[in-house]
Design a protein around this ligand. Structure first.
Ligand SMILES: CC(C)(COP(=O)(O)OP(=O)(O)OC[C@H]1O[C@@H](n2cnc3c(N)ncnc32)[C@H](O)[C@@H]1OP(=O)(O)O)[C@@H](O)C(=O)NCCC(=O)NCCS
Length: 164
């Protein structure tokens, strides 16, 4: 697979058409994010959703991932330092639309994100996945993640922020 035209960027209104199809896939697979609008959201709700993901100081950083201009996935840097973030959710969360699974997109997206979107002052980020999520575990390991421990069924990894 060629990743020549793989890009990460801030979500924009122009991306909503592609995102609507992906949202339907997330809903069908029951893997929506807590901040997602409902699958049947109207255009105004979707526009408000995209606006809520804009870069703001101190807030989580959201990037969407496109290949050949089409929406494929999304990735978030959680900026909080609470134990819920560092112990449970991790600093980075991501997903890929189900119709694009198994093609290397999550690995490419995470590599781009770690290289471009994480502050150079942070040498590693904590990424966690459920012990029941072997695909995500593999993505983290392919990105250089080192297993720290198993925290009640959550595998906690430290991943170099300069990977890739
Ligand atoms: C996890 C997820 C992001 C992976 O996306 P993806 O684009 O399919 O990932 P990639 O193609 O980059 O890599 C997947 C790897 O997992 C492997 N894999 C997939 N299913 C697997 C399974 N059941 N057991 C073991 N390995 C598996 C693939 O073979 C691949 O490894 P390889 O390149 O060595 O062959 C995607 O499945 C997803 O969005 N899941 C729902 C949300 C989620 O779990 N997010 C992560 C939260 S921690």
């Amino acid at each position: 697979m060629s990743f020549a035209d793989a890009t990460l960027r801030m979500p924009a209104e122009a991306d909503l058409r592609g995102f609507r199809g992906a949202l339907a896939e997330y809903v069908a697979h029951r893997i929506t994010a807590p901040w997602d609008p409902p699958g049947d959201a109207d255009s105004a709700t979707l526009r408000a959703h995209v606006a809520s993901l804009a870069d703001m100081p101190g807030r989580d950083l959201h990037r969407w991932y496109f290949v050949n201009g089409g929406y494929v996935g999304r990735i978030t840097l959680r900026r909080g330092q609470s134990s819920v973030v560092t112990d449970l959710h991790g600093h980075v969360g991501y997903d890929v639309r189900p119709s694009a699974w198994g093609l290397g997109h999550a690995t490419r997206m995470l590599t781009l994100f770690l290289a471009r979107c994480v502050s150079p002052e942070r040498p590693t980020v904590r990424i966690t996945c459920s012990a029941n999520n072997p695909a995500s575990r593999r993505v983290i390991e392919k990105s250089g993640g080192v297993l720290v421990d198993d925290f009640g069924g959550f595998l906690r990894f430290d991943v170099p922020a300069t990977a890739g």
